[in-house]
Design a protein around this ligand. Structure first.
Ligand SMILES: Nc1ncnc2c1ncn2[C@@H]1O[C@H](COP(=O)(O)OP(=O)(O)OP(=O)(O)O)[C@@H](O)[C@H]1O
Ligand SMILES: [Mg+2]
Length: 348
């Protein structure tokens, strides 16, 4: 029987270990026999150096010992959009679209396309038969843009007003007859006020030239939004570190539930574990360091209890250890993967 695909999405603020943890989650799935893909939609592209991938679009197989497979990919806007045009465009329309100056401009200049194309790529990866897809989102709180924007686009293109303005606005804008189209532009200006100038003109540009492709995209974005809201297919992992755990937990759990997304776990990364070292044979300066280490690791332990009290009833919690700074790349991912089963403060 074919397995239902599983999508995991890691969200969190900058530098907390999202890329590393997302890779560990995908590795874990590969070890359990899944054909797993870790996808970063973060333009900073740390995944490449983390898993030592060659440059180039598409999925790359990571050499690991596992029952399943681990693949990694970095979202490539141009490649994803071109694949969508080739799959869903009709006949001669495909080359016309790909050569079109607006298309060229869009793929090269739109920061916003990054978020719009993430769900398109997710759809493409599911069609390629990946059974587990772990998404590493962009740092900072803008992580939600990749969830909000495609839906926003889908809602927008289904408005009759946008269809009308989208079809005509470019013609008006470029023609001296534009002056006669004041009423159209009033509508346009109102929409712009509503959604922001940058986003609207990008969307309408795209829509006016590639209407059928844009409508196909909107339909897939809607389907993806449904998939991401279904706890049978998707789960969100909030990744954080001890110093930010209470604040991040509060923020991300609230924002995710407000949007109706299923929350799978809160992962506290870089937790200092207690150490068993006898202070006696140590020099005074080392004892000082040991005392400090113990103070911090005790604080982390207490934090575990507070987190459990605060969020334990709504979400599973996991704690990942701070590893020594010489561990990096795939060995770091392997080590964290091994620790993923460890519950925070005894909770499963
Ligand atoms: N548990 C850990 N122990 C030790 N080092 C870690 C651990 N987790 C992550 N790191 C290190 O912390 C740094 C940041 O990790 P990572 O790139 O995964 O974070 P990120 O949240 O994806 O960052 P960004 O927001 O910049 O994309 C890396 O150098 C990584 O090796
Ligand atoms: Mg990252």
């Amino acid at each position: 029987m074919k397995r239902r695909p599983r999508v995991s999405i890691c969200v969190g603020t900058g530098g907390v270990g999202k890329t590393t943890v997302a890779s560990a989650l995908a590795l874990n799935a590969a070890k359990e026999g899944s054909r797993a893909l870790v996808l970063t939609i973060d333009p900073a592209r740390r995944l490449r150096s983390l898993l030592r991938l060659d440059e180039g679009p598409g999925e790359h197989k990571v050499p690991i010992e596992a029952k399943g497979e681990l693949w990694a990919a970095v979202l490539d806007v141009e490649h994803t959009l071109e694949a969508a045009v080739r799959t869903y465009g009709e006949g001669r329309q495909v080359e016309t679209v790909l050569q079109h100056p607006i298309y060229r401009m869009l793929v090269s200049s739109l920061a916003g396309m990054q978020e719009l194309m993430a769900v398109e790529y997710l759809d493409q990866a599911l069609r390629k038969g990946f059974e587990t897809i772990v998404v590493d989102t962009a740092p900072s709180r803008h992580a939600f843009e990749f969830l909000d924007k495609p839906e926003f686009f889908a809602d927008l293109v289904s408005l009759p007003l946008v269809r009308f303005v989208g079809r005509s606005y470019r013609l008006w804008a470029e023609s001296p007859l534009g002056r006669l189209g004041r009423r159209t532009f009033d509508v346009y200006a109102k929409l712009e006020e509503l959604v922001g100038a940058g986003v609207l003109s990008q969307i309408l540009d795209f829509y006016s030239v590639f209407r059928s492709i844009a409508e196909g995209y909107a339909a897939r974005a809607r389907a993806s939004a449904q998939l991401l809201r279904d706890p049978r297919t998707c789960g969100f992992s909030v990744v954080t570190v001890p110093a930010k755990a209470l604040r991040d937990g509060e923020y991300f759990l609230r924002e995710l539930s407000r949007r109706g997304y299923p929350i799978e776990r809160l992962i506290v990364n870089r937790v200092w574990r207690t150490v068993d070292v006898e202070p006696e044979p140590l020099a005074e300066s080392d004892r000082e360091i040991l005392r400090w280490y113990r103070t911090v690791s005790r604080e982390h332990e207490e934090l575990g209890a507070r987190l459990k009290q605060r969020f334990g009833s709504t979400v599973k919690m996991r704690s990942l250890p701070e590893l020594d700074s010489t561990t990096a790349g795939l060995p770091l991912v392997e080590a964290l993967c091994g620790a993923l089963g460890v519950p925070l403060d005894g909770q499963t």
